[in-house]
Design a protein around this ligand. Structure first.
Ligand SMILES: NC(=O)c1ccc[n+]([C@@H]2O[C@H](COP(=O)([O-])OP(=O)(O)OC[C@H]3O[C@@H](n4cnc5c(N)ncnc54)[C@H](O)[C@@H]3O)[C@@H](O)[C@H]2O)c1
Length: 338
């Protein structure tokens, strides 16, 4: 297929580009490089052994999006571009509504006008808010508690309406749990811009002595060691699911949402211990007060993705932490300390 990939030089986009190229798809990638670098193109091509086209384009620019889709003859779109941090979305909600929601609406409208029927969308487990029942299935009520989560839930609704009104359309909304890890080549991975908002990049920077210690928010949750539990999934497992989702989108019509996780919950202290083993270094840490809005425990029931895509996450926590470290250890310390 000829596939438009938005946010292609980002963390998940770059790993997915490698898998798509390996499967023989032709890619046109776009990015505005607001949280990534155009240099990632070279690394994607080095790992995949095939070239692709990369365009500098801000999805919020409706005219440019319209022109691209009018002339591109795309078979499908995989839509990653957007922002991803809950805390940042509370501080800057309009940026999230513009980048995540408004840009997605204009992309979907242009896709409909130019009869690009197949869309795979980066959604998130944040659409579930603080679920009261575990594991989280796709039937768990949608109840986001942050602007970020709301942009994902609203975009899903928009895409569902698009499918209802367009008999040929197929959309798969992939609700990621907590992607970590890096490509085993150590050429691709997550490069945080500024102080990391996510656990793994933060732990790795403590391991590198870029930051002095890790704050663990809450040690008195109702979990096996008192710290919060999440479902961590290797980014390459996640990337593989996109290729299968694209195949399914080409064979079906309508809207489907799928959880992408391992189904296994790991606590912050479990992750810390796995990272200490992976890095061979002690990770100084301290337990501080809980953060408002953090659910004690959240992990997926990924059985629908297994059933519909024939997909299952393969990597375990030690493998994820080791791959993450092998990428991170080579990153420039000055770039990280910003
Ligand atoms: N990484 C996670 O923990 C996680 C979890 C759930 C969902 N998601 C979603 O997955 C998607 C990809 O996440 P990621 O981890 O790769 O993030 P990322 O920040 O590494 O990648 C996002 C990419 O989109 C680009 N971008 C942002 N706004 C743009 C715009 N207006 N026009 C063009 N490009 C733009 C950025 O420059 C970046 O390259 C996002 O939509 C995110 O919300 C991520």
């Amino acid at each position: 297929m000829k596939v438009l990939v938005t946010g292609v030089t980002g963390y998940i986009g770059s790993h997915t580009a490698v898998e798509l190229l390996a499967e023989g798809h032709d890619l046109i990638g776009i990015d505005d490089f607001s949280t990534s670098s155009p240099k990632v193109k070279h690394d994607i091509e080095r790992v995949a052994g095939r070239p692709f086209t990369l365009l500098d384009l801000d999805l919020r620019n409706r005219c440019e999006v319209e022109c691209l889709l009018a002339s591109g003859e795309f078979d499908a779109i995989i839509h990653f571009a957007g922002r991803k941090f809950v805390g940042e979305s509370v501080a800057e909600p309009m940026q999230y509504y513009e980048r995540n929601l408004a840009a997605s609406v204009s992309l979907a409208a242009a896709a409909q006008r130019h009869e690009i029927s197949h869309v795979v969308f980066s959604s998130s487990c944040t659409v579930y808010g603080q679920p009261t029942q575990l594991p989280v299935t796709e039937e768990t009520p949608i109840a986001p508690v942050s602007p970020y989560g709301r942009t994902k839930a609203m975009t899903e609704t928009v895409l569902q309406d698009l499918c209802d009104a367009t008999p040929s359309a197929s959309v798969l909304a992939l609700r990621y749990f907590n992607p970590i890890g890096a490509h085993p080549s150590a050429l691709l991975g997550e490069v945080p811009s500024g102080p990391p908002n996510n656990l793994l990049p933060y732990i790795m920077q403590v391991a590198k002595r870029v930051r002095p210690f890790l704050n663990i928010y809450g040690g008195d949750y109702d979990t096996h060691d008192g710290t919060c539990i999440r479902d961590y999934i290797h980014v390459v497992d996640l990337a593989r699911a996109h290729v299968l989702a694209l195949d399914r989108a080409a064979e079906t019509t309508g809207f489907e949402a799928l959880n992408l996780g391992t189904g296994i919950g790991s606590s912050v202290l479990d992750v810390l211990e796995a990272c200490e083993k992976a890095t061979g270094r002690a990770i100084p840490h301290q337990i501080v007060d809980r953060r408002p809005g953090d659910a004690a425990s959240m992990f997926a029931d990924p059985s629908r993705a297994q059933q519909l895509l024939g997909w299952k996450a393969e990597a375990n926590l030690p493998e994820m932490c080791l791959d993450h470290w092998n990428f991170e250890r080579n990153l420039d310390v000055d770039a990280l300390s910003a």
